[in-house]
Design a protein around this ligand. Structure first.
Ligand code: ADP
Ligand code: ADP
Length: 225
């Protein structure tokens, strides 16, 4: 189902190689974290999985299908970013259903999915609120609900907790792990925070200077302090 395969991926900009020969086989249902210092190529790798950046070389496959030449909307995935941009003039319900309305889902199906997604992130009962009536954690949950509602096989998350305060960040880690267990989807998660990476994921891809140095169980990975 939602396995993700990267084969010899490269991304070169004018004078930088952002990603250099990255190959990863992420299995269906795994929670994999790309971790490493700022500038090591994590976001670029994720953006190539999403289709937001075109690889200079190499292939990306999702669920057994080569998607390298497909636009983002045709890949079976949803992405949650660091900067949670909800539409300020739309209530929570409309924010969550926006992507479905774009894709011409019928009203009944939209309602069903929105209610279910809101329940999953424990935000049912808040669908009529406006974004400025929500706390940071609640907005983050809504951003996640907006991704869930499309029922993707793969979630991509780029530092989704980075803008939250420390207490809420730790709380949301647990929530994301619960969500992963409940939905059973594949998650590819980007963070520079080693502790976050260690506690959340099944496998870590430790990156440095554009390359994956280790791809292993968190307990067996070795870090330079
Ligand atoms: P990370 O997510 O690990 O912080 P990035 O993937 O954002 O790293 O960036 C990897 C490298 O590629 C960095 O050196 C960055 O400056 C460079 N880079 C990223 N995007 C661009 C771009 N659009 N143009 C030029 N260089 C870029
Ligand atoms: P969590 O998302 O983990 O449940 P939050 O930190 O998001 O916790 O919110 C804790 C409580 O504080 C919520 O019930 C929320 O209603 C309230 N709250 C915090 N900040 C705001 C805000 N700016 N506007 C409205 N309610 C807020």
């Amino acid at each position: 189902m939602g396995d993700v395969k990267l084969e010899h991926l490269y991304k070169r900009y004018d004078d930088v190689t952002a990603v250099e020969d990255v190959s990863l086989a992420i299995e269906d249902g795994e929670f994999v974290t790309l971790v490493g210092p700022s500038g090591c190529g994590k976001s670029t790798t994720l953006e190539m999985i999403a289709g937001l950046e075109t690889p200079s070389e190499g292939r990306v496959s999702i669920a057994g299908e080569d998607v390298t030449d497909l636009p983002p909307k045709d890949r079976r995935l949803s992405m949650v970013f660091q900067n949670i941009a909800l539409f300020p003039h739309m209530d929570v319900r409309d924010n969550v259903s926006f992507g479905l309305r774009l894709r011409d889902f019928d009203d009944e199906e939209i309602d069903r999915r929105v209610e279910q997604a809101a329940e999953t992130v424990q935000m049912d009962g808040m669908l009529d609120r406006m974004p400025d009536e929500l706390s940071g954690g609640q907005r983050q949950r809504i951003a996640i609900a907006r991704a869930i509602v499309r029922e993707p096989e793969v979630f991509l998350m780029d530092e989704p907790l980075a803008n939250l305060d420390a207490k809420l960040r730790v709380h949301m880690r647990t929530e994301l792990q619960r969500l992963h267990r409940e939905l059973g989807t594949t998650i590819v998660y980007v963070t520079h925070d080693q502790e976050e990476a260690m506690t959340m994921s099944n496998r870590l891809a430790v990156m440095n200077e554009g390359e994956v140095q280790q791809f292993a169980d968190p307990l067996t990975c070795y870090y330079e302090p």
